[in-house]
Design a protein around this ligand. Structure first.
Ligand code: BGC
Length: 731
């Protein structure tokens, strides 16, 4: 190891006085910093190496590292980017550099560290911020053991485009669901006090509009107006900022010609100015360097100038700030105040995380392997990710299911079920469907020989019930994993068709990172479960749901279109001059070769019972623009099994200054119902929920009618109208 002789501080370090307010500590520290040291604080490297990078770290030219994991020597893993030994690198910064500013270690801990939970889209299917919080909290605790202080989650890009592989990382297509679940994750990761050694800084990403990448092609251009941005895409970011997220990541895309890494209006003016965000805006991977590829800067020097002006504080790996900022300031092309602002924010983050007090991560003897209690939490989340989208009475499987044949590519492949963005989870720690079902059903389970589809079919003929595990491998969704066809992967439908021909009960389980075209599968199978990628408790959760030891209660966080050609389709499509009616939609100028409606609406999901919805009732049919009313709906479990119903509240704004969504989710409640039980669910409906950006882009609440709609999903809703009046009129 390179020996960097520790330079004992030659001057006092008053900023180490933790009793002082953070801003004062930053002032004291910045007063001592040279321009070169300031620029160093804007530079993040990947795969830091305590040996090779010792001199760079000690010279104060590195602020942060991306990917390193493993607190101490001996924790290094031999897996490409993981280099471990965080504390050795930290020692060079804290004890070897002039000012002793600690390094900040970031890593993508997206849906679990060692205890891998469902992918974010699966967490979104829970509609449960508590599930999100619990998963975040466990992931933070486990990652902290490996020295990680910062994670790059939650992703809150509004996702309405199933071809785009990154929908797997998202929290779905609606701003309120995405925003509340993001807040849950942020609470889980950051806690009340992010300097708690078991917490991390979170990061809302990718700011902004990334979900609109043209054609669903990752990294592609985005054309969207500011009204749609404000009324839709920026909202979950605002929720994340309001929830106290410490960092925000800029997006790879441009918006209407302006790369987000150079977008002064959205980053500096809106995010930092209008919303008062005082945390760090981090670039995405080489995002500043890519401004050159986007053709908006001639070279990296110009890119650096654009990005620092736009308000990107920390350069992820492009090196442009390190190479050029100092000279740009000295030449007068970049105002020092811009660099100071970036540095202040980075230092603020480091102080908030308690890194100056507690720079080292080693915890001798600490383990972050999954435990029964972390597994129990992952199991709850995995169960909640099971969305039952069809059931002709075959589920749950009882004794009459007889001999069960398990087939398809995921029967015994734990790793495939971990989902995208798993850097630390281990395939061998996944309970596979085969293992869990064998444990429960013993000899009643046969596993098909997947190598020979015709043998599988012979086995299916001999079985009483077939359970087909279909869908996408974890590597088929996620970053840079877009597809042109959202059908099931090749070969799977053939298997379904052949198995269905036997006329025996057929259950299809679909593991996926995106909405798929399930139209034919839904016709052929007797029951269909959409499960996303469920994580370490995949098999246990599946067995619980299939056998009725747990009730399915997940709901779709994205609309499932009828086919690829129907994209985009989502709840927030805006009104047009030709409204669609279900009975005559072919006459209303949509497709001539297909119906327009989605195959499965947003919010959809069945349980093993039936639930009746009464009509929504308002406590008052009017409210003032600054007031509220309450809406009550009675839900009754009319079947024979308990359930957890997701009672959903949507609204429509019939007349506004701009075109508004056909319906928009605004609230929901998770309601447990025993068989025969009825419960009243009451929503507090504040007029401020109906605020939107009007023609001049400022936020307004209009007087007039709002239609509130309640029901089990976005397509089965009962309306009631409320009139919003001016406060004066009512006083
Ligand atoms: C992704 C980010 C991720 C970053 C660091 C980028 O390619 O877009 O979401 O956090 O890499 O791994």
């Amino acid at each position: 190891m390179t020996d960097v002789t520790a330079t004992p501080p030659t001057q006092p370090r008053p900023w180490l006085d933790a009793t002082l307010p953070v801003e004062e500590r930053i002032d004291l520290l910045m007063a001592e910093m040279t321009l070169a040291e300031k620029v160093g604080q804007t530079h993040q490297v990947a795969n830091i190496n305590p040996d090779d990078d010792a001199a760079e770290i000690a010279s104060g030219r590195i602020s942060s590292s991306l990917y390193a994991s493993g607190a101490t020597a001996g924790n290094e893993r031999d897996e490409g980017v993981l280099v471990g030994n965080i504390d050795a690198a930290q020692r060079h910064a804290v004890e070897g550099s002039r000012l002793g500013i600690p390094l900040l270690f970031g890593r993508d801990v997206i849906h679990g560290h060692r205890t891998v939970a469902p992918i974010p889209l699966g967490i979104a299917a829970s509609f449960d911020p508590d599930v999100a919080e619990e998963i975040g909290e466990i992931a933070a605790r486990e990652a902290a053991v490996d020295g990680v202080a910062w994670t790059f989650t939650p992703m809150v890009d509004i996702s309405e485009e199933p071809r785009w592989g990154r929908v797997a990382e998202s929290l779905g297509e609606t701003p309120v669901l995405s925003g509340r679940l993001a807040a849950g994750l942020i609470r889980g990761f950051q806690g009340d006090d992010p300097s708690d050694p078991d917490r991390l800084a979170a990061c809302a990403k990718h700011f902004a509009g990334y979900g609109l990448a043209a054609g669903g092609r990752d990294y592609d251009t985005v054309s969207v107006g500011e009204n749609t941005l404000r009324n839709l895409h920026l909202r979950p970011f605002r929720s994340a900022v309001d929830a106290g997220v410490l960092t925000v990541m800029a997006a790879f895309n441009d918006i209407d010609g302006i790369p987000m890494h150079a977008h002064e209006h959205l980053v500096r003016e809106v995010l930092k100015g209008e919303w008062g965000f005082d945390g760090v805006v981090v670039a995405d991977w080489n995002g500043i360097g890519q401004i050159v590829f986007q053709g908006v800067a001639a070279d990296k020097r110009e890119a650096a100038a654009l990005a620092i002006r736009a308000g990107v504080d920390l350069d992820m790996v492009s090196g442009t700030y390190l190479e050029h900022l100092e000279e740009l300031v000295e030449s007068g092309e970049v105002d020092l105040a811009l660099v100071d602002d970036a540095v202040r924010r980075v230092l603020r983050l480091k102080f908030r995380l308690g890194l100056f007090e507690r720079p080292y991560a080693a915890r001798p003897g600490a383990s972050n392997a999954p435990t029964p209690s972390t597994r129990a939490a992952a199991l709850r989340a995995a169960q909640a990710a099971h969305v039952l989208v069809k059931n002709d009475g075959v589920l749950p499987l009882g004794d009459e299911a007889g001999k069960v044949l398990l087939s398809g590519p995921f029967v015994d492949d734990g790793d495939a079920l971990l989902g995208t963005w798993v850097l630390d989870g281990r395939g061998e720690e996944v309970v596979t469907p085969e293992a869990a079902l064998r444990e429960r059903l013993g000899d009643r389970v046969t596993v098909a020989d997947g190598r020979f589809p015709d043998v599988t079919l012979m086995q299916a003929r001999a079985a009483d019930t077939s359970v087909l595990l279909l869908g996408e491998h974890r590597s088929r969704s996620g970053e840079a994993q877009s597809v042109v066809d959202i059908g099931l992967p090749p070969g799977q439908l053939e298997l379904v068709r052949a198995a269905a021909a036997f006329g025996k009960p057929l259950v299809a389980v679909v593991y996926t990172g995106r909405p798929l075209d399930l139209t034919e599968l839904l016709d052929l199978a007797d029951a269909v479960l959409v499960v996303w990628h469920p994580g370490v408790e995949a098999g246990t959760a599946l067995a619980d749901i299939l056998l009725g030891d747990a009730e399915p209660h997940g709901r779709l966080p994205m609309t499932f279109p009828l086919s690829t050609g129907h994209i985009p389709t989502s709840t927030h499509q805006r009104r047009t001059g030709r409204l669609i009616r279900a009975d005559v939609d072919h006459q209303e100028g949509r497709y001539i070769d297909a119906l327009t409606y989605p195959r499965l609406p947003f919010g959809f999901g069945l349980s093993y019972t039936t639930v009746d919805y009464g009509a929504p009732v308002l406590s008052s049919p009017t409210m003032t623009t600054d007031g509220s009313t309450t809406l009550t709906v009675t839900v009754t479990n009319t079947g024979e099994r308990p359930c957890r119903e997701v009672v959903q509240l949507y609204f429509r704004d019939p007349v506004a200054q701009v075109t508004r969504p056909l319906v928009e989710l605004t609230d929901w409640a998770l309601v447990d119902l025993e068989p025969g039980q009825a419960r009243e669910v009451t929503f507090d409906v504040q007029a401020s929920r109906f605020a939107y950006a009007g023609r001049d882009l400022t936020t307004r609440v209009d007087e007039g009618e709002i239609v509130l709609l309640t029901g089990p999903d976005a397509a089965r809703l009962q309306p009631v109208s409320v009139t919003i009046t001016s406060p004066k009129a009512s006083s």
